[in-house]
Design a protein around this ligand. Sequence first.
Ligand code: SF4
Length: 346
Amino acid sequence: MKLLLHTCCAPCSVYCIDSLRNEGIEPTVYWFNPNIHPYMEYKARRDCLKEYTKSINVEAIFEENYGLREFCKNTINNLNSRCKDYCYPVRLEQTAKYAKENGFDTISTTLLVSPYQNHEALREVADFMAKKYGVEFLYRDFRVGFREGQAKARELGLYMQKYCGCIFSEEIRYYNPNKAIAKLPEGFEFLPVKHLVNIKKERDNKEKYLDLLLEADPSKEMINKYLSDGELFVLTYNDEPACIAVTIKKDNDTIELKNIVTKENYREKGYAKKMIKYLVDNYKTRYNKMIVGTTENNIPFCVKQGFNKYEKTIKNFFVDNYNEEIKDGDLVCTDLIYYSKDLKKK
Ligand code: SF4
């Protein structure tokens, strides 16, 4: 196999190259990332990758293209879908084209290591581009090694970027107008509603929270399954539930966050984040980790809250467990993807 490995940066390449080499596959690294802005950031990532590939003696090709203007032109009208509609296709198409024209028979990408990316969309785009140019796509779920790779990259002193790449992701990372109100304002308090068994016995209370829980999980049947053994936490404002969460014990080591939802008029104010912090403080003396199952669309939120270790994917979970089609924004949900958060980490 002659593999051209599209590579977004040095830290993400660490685990991918190591694991491919462990399989006996020697990749050629291919840098083509017109999505990294501004220029000094582009240069820092590119130069770090140049040095790193040299130090581990892996062949590397650097296709220069600082694409700020072209990128903005093509994404500005549809920022929410910029990753899958422009950023992945433009990089993976160039990779597949270069591979075909230069004697490589297979492509892959280090983007598959990142829990922040839309993994399934990446997979689809890479597969599509490979077929379009008549090469193979080598799929690997490198996410299992994300933390290991990042830890090694830190040890090696590689340049660690603080945001995904484009100028819009930089804005999301650093410009947060809601930051100022992250503290709980007057009138808000956390109400741990003990064991749900109590609520189950109290019909009124149960109904009070069910409507809100249904916004995050549309199946009453599924909710009832975890409500009976779970714990419910409510963040209230003047007695009105603003954000609620349900957790359930998996084993002596692990607590699972089954449902978390913020009422519409309280969204975008950091209350879900507050709730997660509260849960972590509540559970860290009893459990080692907290897990959460999510759809592709919510992975970035989960990772941002510290659920940054990929655990597993339950294929077709939504198809097998729900009678109707489940949608999350534009996404028709199929797989349930689990991430975990280390509760012992300071
Ligand atoms: S957030 Fe990342 S993947 Fe999405 S468009 Fe920006 S650089 Fe590309």
